[in-house]
Design a protein around this ligand. Structure first.
Ligand SMILES: [Zn+2]
Length: 301
């Protein structure tokens, strides 16, 4: 970033306005959040679509969300259709299906012709997560937003970082010079992200947390803007806590596996997630499988 003030509004970044889906919330002069109307156990208050940019630079939309006509229309209105790029952090059905219809809306009104960026789905992806971007994001590739005013020397860069684990085609994005990390589903606020094999992978997830730690240190990233929930301050602390939590669960599950070597997954989930409401055990069982595979692969080494 050149020539523009740094994040000048941590207070608005951290303001926890009630969730609503009609209007975007301005988090910084350069970043808005528009939450899709798809709240659920899995999506919390709904998927956060982030709109990066200004009327001067045009906009990049991160995670346009589910294929919800009203949400797509609101993204279009919030940007006046001036969208330079659409980026999907990964291809799950609450993140990427709006990309094509939003692109089509921009093309129809000839305001813009944004390419869809991301990574193609991995082989283990479920049918609802099949996805082919127009442009494949390379690791560390930067997307730029430049001022169109001749006299202004403004530009912002959004750097993509490959972070497999929650999904094999997951990327996070750093808004350089602004201290912001868009974490997609890799890091959430208010819940622990599900690692669902075979597309989800616990070893990859933990390694990606280390990648993000390094990135936050190198680029001075303080604020995590997740795809579900509020802004998380103190990025390094959040990541360290998350890693400790996962390793703690890994250890607990290894203990349960040793104590009940012939146990079924149902038995193991009961013991390993006894601190979690039984309502969540069906979901926890997916992450349990990821932990079990991780523990077994470590013991083979
Ligand atoms: Zn996801």
């Amino acid at each position: 970033m050149n020539d523009m003030t740094h994040l000048d509004a941590p207070t608005s970044l951290l303001a926890q306005a009630d969730w609503q889906h009609l209007e975007p919330i301005q988090l910084t002069p350069f970043v808005c959040r528009l939450t899709a109307p798809n709240p659920s156990v899995m999506t919390g208050p709904g998927t956060n679509s982030y709109i990066v940019g200004t009327a001067d630079t045009g906009y990049i939309v991160i995670d346009p969300g589910p294929n919800d006509a009203e949400h797509i229309e609101r993204l279009y209105d919030a940007t006046a259709g001036d969208i330079v790029a659409i980026v999907c952090t990964h291809s799950h059905p609450d993140h990427s299906p709006a990309a094509k219809p939003l692109q089509a809306l921009c093309r129809k009104s000839i305001n813009s012709d944004p390419a869809i960026y991301g990574l193609p789905n991995g082989e283990g992806a479920e049918l609802h997560s099949y996805f082919t971007p127009d442009k494949v994001l390379q690791n560390n590739e930067q997307l730029r937003l430049n001022s169109r005013r001749l006299e202004a020397n403004l530009s912002y860069s959004l750097q993509a970082i490959h972070t497999p684990g929650h999904a094999s085609n997951h990327v996070c994005l750093a808004l350089l010079g602004c201290g912001i990390l868009f974490s997609g589903d890799h890091i959430l606020n208010g819940s622990t992200t599900v690692i669902n094999p075979p597309d989800g992978h616990m070893g990859d997830y933990l390694a990606s947390l280390d990648t993000l730690t390094q990135l936050c240190q190198q680029q001075n990233l303080n604020y995590i803007l997740p795809a579900h929930g509020h802004v998380l301050p103190d990025a390094l602390h959040v990541i360290a806590h998350l890693k400790a939590h996962r390793l703690g669960r890994d250890e607990k599950i290894a203990g349960v596996m040793a104590a009940y070597p012939d146990g079924s997954m149902d038995e193991w989930v009961r013991h390993a997630y006894d601190d979690v409401s039984p309502n969540l055990w069906p979901i926890a069982k997916r992450s349990l499988l990821a932990h079990v595979q991780h523990i077994q692969s470590k013991s083979k080494r």
